[in-house]
Design a protein around this ligand. Structure first.
Ligand SMILES: Nc1ncnc2c1ncn2[C@@H]1O[C@H](COP(=O)(O)OP(=O)(O)OP(=O)(O)O)[C@@H](O)[C@H]1O
Ligand SMILES: [Mg+2]
Length: 235
């Protein structure tokens, strides 16, 4: 479970990107994070994995409060799939990328190998293990980035615009894959149809605040609410 209590994030230049945001996501729950460009989605996600430090408020994961001493423990439980897979894939081969996290935890090579194999097979990308990310397609990179997070055995997964740059077939593949994974998840997306299909609940952001938190169906089809948040194009 992830619990966010009254967090605010201000960037060094004074931009107030998140203002007094609170919510809880339970284990196994799938939640979309929707909002116009600049609403604060990425800032919020980066705060949840401790990349950005909230100015005020608390974040806790499975009862562990995020702070300097618990950062590694929290990151083991909450895995983030970055918007740009190139930020996540930097080793010579995909299997090294997938092994990177578990190896950093100090796990034995046998266990690391098991983690890599399970992630590859769970995602159906065994054929990519010896490839370099430099030569993968966007869709393949996205799935490989997800594998680097899965190998950490997280309880919660965070995605920043996972359908960006995917063709319709890869997008469909990602939807299928997500529906198989049991992890709780928070997914920032501009893809309303994707949110509708994958996330029963939506948190709607506007100017760094939570404008609404409720059933995806009830929010994304409401032209007035979506318009109010600067998302003119309802489904
Ligand atoms: N490093 C930074 N320094 C200062 N301001 C920033 C920085 N990164 C983001 N911002 C500002 O913080 C606000 C929230 O940005 P954020 O990237 O979280 O939005 P977003 O909802 O993810 O947008 P998008 O849909 O375009 O990805 C914006 O006003 C943005 O200009
Ligand atoms: Mg963003």
């Amino acid at each position: 479970m992830i619990a966010v209590n009254n967090i605010s994030v201000t960037y060094p230049d004074g931009t107030k990107a998140i203002r007094d945001v609170s919510f809880t996501i339970n284990d196994g729950e799938s939640v979309a994070l929707i909002g116009a460009n600049g609403a604060g989605k990425t800032t919020l996600l980066l705060s949840l994995v401790g990349v950005l430090k909230p100015y005020t408020g608390t974040i806790s994961v499975d009862g562990i409060t995020l702070e300097r001493q618990t950062l590694n423990e929290v990151r083991r439980r909450v895995g983030m799939v970055f918007q740009n897979p190139d930020d996540q894939l930097f080793m010579p081969m995909i299997n090294d990328d997938i092994a990177f996290g578990p190896r950093n935890l100090g796990l034995s090579e046998d266990i690391v190998e098991d983690r890599v194999n399970s992630a590859l097979s769970e995602l159906g990308i065994g054929h990519l293990r010896g490839r370099s990310s430099l030569r993968l397609s966007s869709g393949e990179k996205r799935i490989a980035a997800i594998a680097t997070v899965l190998s950490m055995n997280p309880t919660m997964m965070i995605f920043d615009e996972p359908t960006a740059f995917l063709d319709p077939k890869s997008r469909r593949g990602l939807i299928k894959l997500l529906s198989k994974l049991p992890h709780g998840r928070l997914i920032a997306t501009h893809d309303l149809a994707f949110a509708d299909e994958v996330c029963p609940r939506t948190i709607l952001m506007k100017n760094g605040t939570i404008f609404a938190d409720g059933k995806t169906r009830e929010l994304i089809y409401d032209a007035r609410i979506m318009d109010e948040c600067g998302i003119a194009d309802t489904l």
